[in-house]
Design a binder for this molecule. Structure first.
Ligand SMILES: *Cc1c(COP(=O)(O)O)cnc(C)c1O
Length: 351
C-alpha cells in the first residue's frame, strides 16, 4: 500500500494463480496445463514468423486466426473474437456485457476469476449454490439477473452440463447474456458453439491454453452473435487494439488447423483421466465424474491439505482451495503417464 494508490486500487482483490515453481523435476499437476507439447505445425508456423516483419504491427483484427476458428466451428469470422488468453476475453465480456443493474449469476463453486472481474468492473453478483452432487440446476438461474456465466465443464469440479440444459437456460433468460466458459470442453463435452446461430444471447469462450497446449502463448477466443462480438471489439479497441502479436496469430491458427495432433493429445489425456480416476477410487477417494483434463477428489479419512502437503514432499504439486464446500477436495491435473504414475505412487504411500 502506498499514498500514491487510488482508492480503487486499494480495494481490489486480485486473482491468485496456481504456483509456477522454479524447481525443476517437480511433477506439476496444479494448473491444468497440457502434458503434451504444442502441435509441431504450430511451432513451425511460429518459427516462420520470426523474421524482419516483426518490425511491423500485427493485424489488429487477427483475421487469419478468426478464419481458422470460424472454419473449425462452421461459423462466420464476424461471430469470432480473439484475445490474449481467454482471461482477457472474459474481462472484455464482463466490461462490455455484464455491467448492468441486476446481479451477475455464477455457481458458488466455480472459476475464481469471476468475482475478481466483478470487483474490477464494479459488477454486483450472486453465487448460486451447486446441488449436493456439485451439479448446476438450471431452475436456480430462473431469477432476475444481468447475466449468467459458468465454466462447462465446471472448474474446479470437472462436471459437465448438457447442451439440453444449456438450451433451457438460454430460453429461460432471453434478456441476459449467458456466457459458457469452455476452457475444458475438448476433454469430453460438446461445444455450445453449435447453438450460437439459434440464441443471440449466447457467448461461448475458449482458450488455447489447455487442449491446444499453448498456455505460454496467451490466446483465447469467443464465439457468438456478431452484436455480442462487436461489444467485445469496442472494448478491445478502446483499450489495446493490437492484443495478439504476429507469433500468436500464426501459432494459434496453425494449432486449430492441426486436427490430427489435437485429437491424439486430447484422447490420450481422456484415457489417462479414466485410468487415474479408477485407481484413485480403488484407494478410497471419492472422485467427481470429470469431462476435463483434471479431476476433483476427496478422501473420507484423510485431510486434503495434509494430502497436498504429503504429495509436495514427494515432489508432486496439486491444487487445494481453502474455500467453503471444497476445502476437503484436491484438484489434480492429468499429466503424462509417468507423471500420473508418480502421483498414484505417492498417494499410495500417503493413504
Ligand atoms: C484456464 C481457464 C481460463 C483461462 O485461460 P487462459 O486462456 O489461459 O487465460 C478461463 N476459464 C477457466 C475456467 C479456466 O480454467
Amino acid at each position: 500500500m502506498s499514498k500514491f494508490w487510488s482508492p480503487f486500487v486499494k480495494d481490489l482483490v486480485p486473482y491468485v494463480p496456481g504456483e509456477q515453481p522454479k524447481l525443476a523435476n517437480l511433477v506439476k499437476l496444479n494448473t491444468n496445463e497440457n502434458p503434451y507439447g504444442p502441435s509441431p505445425l504450430a511451432l513451425a508456423a511460429m518459427q516462420a514468423e520470426l523474421n524482419d516483419n516483426l518490425r511491423l504491427y500485427p493485424d489488429p483484427n487477427g483475421e487469419r486466426l478468426k478464419r481458422a476458428v470460424a472454419d473449425y466451428y462452421g461459423v462466420q469470422p464476424a461471430q469470432v473474437f480473439v484475445g490474449n488468453g481467454s482471461d482477457e476475453v472474459l474481462a472484455h465480456a464482463f466490461h462490455g456485457l455484464f455491467q448492468h443493474d441486476k446481479p451477475l449469476l455464477f455457481p458458488d463453486v466455480s472459476y475464481s476469476f469471476y468475482p475478481v472481474y466483478c470487483g474490477l468492473y464494479g459488477i454486483g453478483h450472486e453465487a448460486v449454490a451447486l446441488d449436493e452432487q456439485f451439479q448446476i440446476d438450471v431452475a436456480d438461474y430462473c431469477r432476475p439477473n444481468g447475466g449468467i456465466i459458468f465454466p462447462n465443464p465446471n472448474a474446479p469440479t470437472g462436471c459437465l452440463l448438457s447442451l439440453d440444459a444449456i438450451e433451457r437456460l438460454l430460453q429461460a433468460n432471453p434478456d441476459s447474456v449467458v456466457l459458457v466458459d469452455e476452457a475444458y470442453i475438448d476433454f469430453g463435452g460438446t461445444s455450445a458453439i453449435a447453438l450460437v446461430d439459434r440464441y443471440t444471447n449466447l457467448l461461448v469462450t475458449q482458450t488455447l491454453s489447455k487442449s491446444r497446449s499453448l498456455a505460454g502463448l496467451r490466446v483465447g477466443l469467443a464465439v457468438g452473435h456478431p452484436d455480442l462480438i462487436e461489444a467485445l471489439e469496442r472494448i478491445k479497441n478502446s483499450f489495446n487494439s493490437y492484443p495478439l502479436d504476429r507469433i500468436a496469430i500464426a501459432g494459434a491458427a496453425a494449432a486449430f488447423e492441426d486436427h490430427a495432433y489435437f485429437e491424439r493429445c486430447t484422447q490420450q489425456v481422456i484415457v489417462s483421466r479414466e485410468a487415474v480416476t479408477s485407481t484413485m477410487r480403488a484407494l478410497g477417494f471419492e472422485v467427481l465424474p470429470s469431462a476435463a483434463n483434471f479431476i476433483f477428489a476427496r478422501h473420507p479419512q484423510h485431510d486434503a491439505a495434509a494430502i497436498a502437503a504429503g504429495l509436495r514432499e514427494q515432489g508432486v504439486i496439486v491444487r487445494h482451495f481453502k474455500q467453503p464446500r471444497i476445502s476437503q477436495f484436491l484438484r489434480i491435473t492429468i499429466g503424462a503417464p509417468e507423471q500420473n504414475q508418480a502421483l498414484l505412487d505417492a498417494l499410495q504411500e500417503i493413504i
